[in-house]
Design a protein around this ligand. Structure first.
Ligand SMILES: C[C@@H](C(=O)Nc1ccc(Cl)cc1)[C@H]1[C@@H]2C[C@H](n3cnc4cc(F)c(F)cc43)C[C@@H]21
Length: 409
């Protein structure tokens, strides 16, 4: 019965803030806040200009300490968090990682931590901010496609910002059809609906295939140099980062410095939820991948974290398919696994083009010229969208995915 109750609750995706059309993407994010918050929105909207003009520090010093009490509802909180998150990353990394700041001024730190507490998210920019809530349609009645989308905020790095965040968004949107099939799958297991289960698994496999199609848009949308030298720095965190060994002091909030991981694809609920559905467990054996993936769940919206946990505590799809001995189900399950492994292999190819190769060039420059501070500037070079560590992480989860194929009886 325990499984029954928990899994029944999966029937209503709405309660997990998951939409049938958009999956984990925040549908129709707000683009404006009450005028009272203009000091935040004006700085966030001009971040590249202020950073390149070395004016950000001065602008932040002028910023009044605003109250969060005039923020109404989930979408206003998400937009306020998005704006403060971009300003915070810009403020910490404005020197491109050369000279970092150790203290986040109270005018930023106090409201940012208050809002983060309300949303149960860490006070640092996460995937759910800069991908899931950082978009708008040009034509509100138009489709969710690259031509009709734009981002709300950017770092220095030009159009590659838009390419990187929107390609991630389109991959997440392609996952929606697969996520929508999950309650059907759980229901079919509980009621032995073998036919509906096979159809739902085919929907999941097709959705993962479409995610890989969407991912291919990154080649035209993102320049490797701009990503590696600029955007990647601004997504860096202050945990396990030799540039900020203590972390960051959140003035007016905590007396001691705090450490938080930088933005990473591992913060994508989609990336983690298909593993859980297919019973793919990343053991601690592959170094940090299992523990790191676990940590990253705390960097996801609470409702999405709850969905993944509820799914993980439900009946095992893998065991059910094995127990039926049904060849059609067996094939449909293995198709999902092979599509996920192919997506992970593709992710490795992208990381090679956008991280490993530019990092190699950077090191070569380092030998000739006066160093490129970017190498290893942050947890990104270990775990986030970063260097060799990140590649090892992706390879580990890809290899574990491959092993999850059901072998012939
Ligand atoms: C473009 C890339 C990126 O790293 N985006 C990013 C990173 C950090 C931040 Cl802060 C913002 C954006 C990657 C896209 C595809 C996304 N994806 C979602 N579900 C996945 C399942 C998989 F199996 C898989 F391989 C990739 C999967 C992850 C990001």
């Amino acid at each position: 019965m325990e499984h029954e109750d928990k899994s029944e609750s999966l029937q209503n995706l709405e309660e997990f803030h998951i939409s049938e059309e958009y999956g984990f993407v925040l549908p129709d994010p707000l683009t404006e806040l009450p005028d009272y918050y203009a000091p935040w929105m004006n700085v966030a909207a001009n971040l590249p200009h202020l950073i390149e003009g070395h004016q950000l520090r001065r602008e932040v010093a002028k910023m009044p300490l605003l109250s969060t009490r005039y923020l109404r509802g989930h979408r206003q909180l998400r937009l306020a968090r998005l704006a403060l998150g971009f300003i915070t990353m810009g403020y910490v990394w404005q020197g491109g990682g050369r000279q970092t700041v150790k203290i986040l001024p109270r005018a930023l730190a106090v409201p940012y931590c208050t809002i983060s507490e309300l949303l149960d998210l860490p006070p640092i920019l996460v995937y759910a901010d800069c991908v899931l809530a950082n978009w708008k349609k040009r034509d509100p009645c138009g489709p969710l496609n690259a031509e009709n989308l734009d981002i709300l905020f950017s770092f220095p790095g030009g159009d590659s910002n838009k390419g990187f965040f929107l390609v991630s968004l389109l991959v997440e949107a392609a996952a929606a059809a697969g996520i929508k099939a999950i309650p059907i799958i759980v229901n079919a297991i509980l009621h032995h609906g073998l036919c509906s289960l096979e159809t739902a698994l085919q929907d999941v496999a097709l959705s993962i295939c479409k995610m890989r199609e969407a991912f291919k848009l990154i080649h035209e949308g993102v320049n490797p140099g701009a990503f590696f030298r600029s955007l990647r720095i601004y997504l860096s965190g202050w945990k396990d980062n030799f540039l900020m060994p203590e972390g960051l002091v959140y003035e007016g909030v905590w007396d001691s410095p705090k450490q938080f991981f930088g933005g990473s694809a591992a913060q994508s609920s989609t990336l983690q939820c298909f593993d859980v559905l297919l019973g793919i467990q990343h053991s601690a054996a592959q170094g940090f991948s299992a523990e790191y993936l676990g940590c990253m769940r705390d960097y996801m919206p609470a409702a999405h974290r709850a969905f993944i946990q509820t799914l993980a505590s439900g009946p095992s799809l893998r065991q059910f398919v094995l127990a039926t001995g049904d060849a059609g189900l067996h094939a449909a399950f293995n198709k999902c696994v092979s599509e996920l492994a192919a997506l992970r292999s593709y992710h490795m190819q992208i990381a090679t083009k956008y991280i490993t190769i530019p990092a190699g060039r950077c090191q070569a420059e380092q030998q000739q010229l006066g160093g490129c501070v970017h190498e290893g500037t942050s947890v990104l070079s270990e775990r986030g969208t970063g260097g060799t560590g990140f590649m090892g992480f992706l390879k580990a989860i890809r290899d574990t995915t491959r092993k999850a194929q059901l072998t012939e009886q």
